[in-house]
Design a protein around this ligand. Sequence first.
Ligand SMILES: *Cc1c(COP(=O)(O)O)cnc(C)c1O
Length: 396
Amino acid sequence: MENRKGRYGNHGGQYIPEILMPAILELEEAYEHYKNDAEFNRGLEELFNDYAGRPSRLYYAAHMTEKLGGAKIYLKREDLNHTGSHKINNVLGQCLLAKKMGKTRIIAETGAGQHGVAAATAAALMGMECEVYMGEEDTKRQALNVYRMRLLGAQVHAVTTGTGTLKDAVSEAMQEWTKRIGDTHYLLGSVVGPHPFPMMVRDFQAVISREIKQQMLEKEGRLPDAVIACVGGGSNAMGAFYHFIEDKQVRLIGCEAAGRGIHTAETAATFSTGRVGIFHGMKSYFCQDEYGQIAPVYSISAGLDYPGVGPEHSQLFDDGRAEYVAVTDDEAVDAFEYLSRTEGIIPAIESAHAVAYVMKEAPSMSKDSIVVVNISGRGDKDCAAIARYRGEKIYE
Ligand SMILES: *Cc1c(COP(=O)(O)O)cnc(C)c1O
């Protein structure tokens, strides 16, 4: 949790160019005001329930539990939300706030396009202009999401700097924000960036752990022994962990993307391979080369393909409160297929990283123990890529 303003232990802060300071301060003040505003919170709850379809279900995975033969496994079904993932929680929160602030235009970065589509959705709902920055490489790999964003009324800009991927899109969107802060809100997609983003995005996603806690008490009359979630920037994990941080008996386990393995260059496992640095406005752990430059990262999962992690995770890691494990492409693809066959639920390849860890650990856990896996999104978007991974040809 943050202590000094926007600091999480040694991490966080506001490492931004001076020109962005007024926009960040305006946002900080507005959020400090509205987060305790009854009307704002009522409005957000209404959107969560009636538009996004919350609360999402907590499903007892009986078949998986029986087959693995150890811990009792529950799945938190964020995949059932409108637009198919937890990302809707954050975009509804930030768009509602931006609207209250009198902003008429949203800009956002996107990697594979999941956050861009969610942002375009919320902007369409609230009658706001929306422009999305996406690495040129990603616009080619994810042409269908580019079409979706345009269909929703957004303008998509291909970013050609750097490696033409997510980190470049974030840099470009921040740059763009400095040019037009009067009417524009930057809708950042994870618990990263300068304060107040990591706190604000975590608060919007914390609905996940609030619901898990209540649903678990109703179903089992006690808290789970572990909560497990995949970690890209870390927003679905932060949301799933938050209300359990003070419950020290609940293990918090984040699954990062090992890609082809943490001993190869093709990895995105920040805690396993990175060190502390400053990038995108925050101090946190980052994958870096020997000169401290941000390293190119790789994962089969575009949503986990980010070279850093949110500052609150870095604090939970330093404090030993949360554990972080690395899961490879191969393990995630196996889990993607396993959950589909076993429970009839096709998980996002991001979420499959968390499922993979449970498949490894649950058999050796006692039958009295209970674990919750956050299924951050649905896997329809990944089917063609996984088919290709298995050597099948699919025409989209
Ligand atoms: C974007 C995304 C992620 C990764 O982002 P976090 O901020 O780490 O949650 C994970 N799962 C899904 C389905 C996503 O779309």
